[in-house]
Unconditional design. Structure first.
Length: 68
């Protein structure tokens, strides 16, 4: 897999909440969780299931940071 995004974190799918169009996927990376919204088509194409290993690919220009 070749990507221009340098931030690739391997983890296990902890939760998968399907919706009508998108799904919320929670990936456990060490003790941290990464949550992403992806299309249901992508869930089906990637055949994602709870417990599967997967990568979070993070492009720096798409990340937002906030504080309380």
């Amino acid at each position: 897999m070749k990507l221009s995004a340098r931030n690739q974190l391997k983890g296990k799918i902890k939760a998968l909440q399907p919706g009508a169009v998108n799904a919320i996927v929670t990936l456990l990376v060490g003790e941290n969780q990464i949550v992403a919204s992806i299309t249901m088509d992508s869930v089906k194409t990637l055949d994602l299931k709870i417990g599967d290993e997967a990568y979070a690919v993070i492009k720096a220009s798409s990340v937002m940071i906030a504080v309380d």
